[in-house]
Write a protein that binds this ligand. Sequence first.
Ligand SMILES: [Zn+2]
Length: 109
Amino acid sequence: MKEVFVHRDPARVGLYKSVLEEAGIPCFIRDEYGSTSLASRKSTFFSPALCVLNDEDEERAKGILADIENAPVTEERDWTCPSCQESVPANFGSCWKCGVLRLGIGVPD
Ligand SMILES: [Zn+2]
């Protein structure tokens, strides 16, 4: 058993658990007060820990979770066109109104 992710938000830990399960990695969320290793924590508030059942899955699980952690959250948000100040949906690569490229923001062509 290896602990691969700890977060104070149980919903996030639960989400990551389902991600690992989809990847075929046996895992579980360690319950409150479930282990003496919590003694090293600085906070007195419990944070749920996501653990993999098999030690050999540790690196793969951490890799998968790191990919999620590093995924750009900006894709979820609309962006504002620097040229015409129009609000553009997140999945648009350029301004729908004036055609300014999103990647060109701040870089005069
Ligand atoms: Zn524009």
